[in-house]
Design a protein around this ligand. Structure first.
Ligand code: PMP
Length: 353
């Protein structure tokens, strides 16, 4: 017997870090920024004329694109904006990965990539990171339908430099290479400038991490005008208004407040250095992070148990029960106060075993 159920989409979705509404928690599980957005963005919200919400936003979000173009020193025709970088990446997968050949990305990486491949029927191959969780560039010489790599990578927190991205773009001149720079502002190398040299290179970014605006949903891409116009065409075949008027206005204010941006990213980096040192002193192995999170493990202790113990103490970190990283936990860098509470509970855990 046929049933409507036969035609329902079967898909395993991406699972984001838990969002808890409990009070007095330390929420360091979703790589959010512990500091508020720029006061200039807050001022825009306070003064926002809600009467203007009767109108659709500018479908091109031109003013936001102009602010990004100025900030990165590229043309406005080289900028695309979307509803968070997940939206931008999902559109980029649909726009650029139309080959029959599989796209390539590392075995340990952002777990949304395979979900989009499944959703959009894109074949893919993964290449294993080496034993130090580094990407082997030579793997990406093989024929492929495209490449996507976060730089720095997540959840490893490790970043690659200019030479790596140049070679990646050159090895793959026949396909589009996407560099997902969600975490780059915490000390990574940004390849935005290389997009003027490599027409097949697309760099994506987000306001969710370094600009403390995860709740607003603003992401962007920078690339050749050719790639950007294909992204625009695909977006306009799906949803013309992915960035709302309020996000456009607050996003511009955030971009224009570089001083605040530098202060808050600097604070996260300083706290990361301190927490890394203290955890190493407690016997943890902590990777050299270029992001707002760290990946850590400790011989002789189960990281799953640490994750569960911390949860009972209302300290939420992230544990992935996935091959190769099941011995690790991922900890987002919070305020110094939050990290003190985290470290105190970690010590309690180690002493109690
Ligand atoms: N890329 C990576 C590597 C991420 O970890 C995230 C955050 N989950 C994103 C992209 C998407 O972030 P957003 O949609 O908030 O811009």
């Amino acid at each position: 017997m046929n049933s409507y159920k036969d035609n329902l989409r079967k898909i395993t979705p991406y699972v984001p870090g838990e969002q808890s509404k409990e009070k007095d928690i330390v929420k360091i599980n979703a790589n959010e920024n512990p500091y508020p957005p720029s006061p200039k963005a807050t001022a825009v919200l306070k003064d926002f004329n809600t009467e203007s919400l009767r109108f659709y936003p500018n479908a091109n979000a031109t003013m936001l694109k102009k602010a990004l173009a100025k900030y990165y020193g590229v043309g406005v025709e080289n900028v695309f904006v979307g509803n968070g970088s997940d939206d931008v990446l999902a559109l980029a997968f649909q726009s650029f990965f139309c080959s029959d050949k599989p796209i390539a990305y590392p075995d340990i990486t952002y777990s949304f990539y395979p979900v989009w491949c499944d959703l959009f029927n894109i074949p893919y191959t993964t290449y294993p990171l080496d034993e130090n969780f580094r990407i082997n560039l030579e793997d990406y010489k093989a024929q492929n339908g495209g490449v996507v790599i976060p730089n720095p990578n997540a959840p490893t927190s490790l970043g690659e430099g200019e030479e790596f991205v140049r070679k990646l773009a050159e090895y793959n001149a026949d396909s589009v290479v996407i560099i997902d720079e969600a975490y780059v502002d915490f000390g990574g190398y940004s390849s935005v400038q290389l997009t003027t040299e490599y027409p097949n290179l697309l760099v994506t970014g987000t306001f969710s991490k370094s600009r403390s605006l995860a709740g607003l949903r603003i992401g962007f891409a920078i690339g050749s005008s050719e790639l950007i116009s294909v992204l625009e065409a695909v977006k306009n075949s799906y949803n013309s208004y992915t960035v709302d008027s309020l996000s456009i206005a607050m996003g511009i204010a955030s971009i224009e407040d570089d001083e605040y941006f530098k202060t808050t990213t600097g604070k996260v980096i300083a706290t990361r250095t301190r927490v890394t040192d203290e955890m190493r002193a407690l016997g943890f192995e902590v990777l050299d992070s270029q992001t707002n999170f760290i990946l850590a493990t400790h011989d002789g202790y189960s990281m799953k148990e640490l994750f569960e113990y911390l949860k009972t103490k209302k300290v939420f970190i992230r544990y992935f029960s996935l091959p190769r990283i099941e011995k690790y936990v991922r900890i987002t860098i919070g305020t110094d106060g939050e990290m003190d509470r985290f470290l105190a509970e970690v010590k309690n855990f180690l002493e109690g075993r």
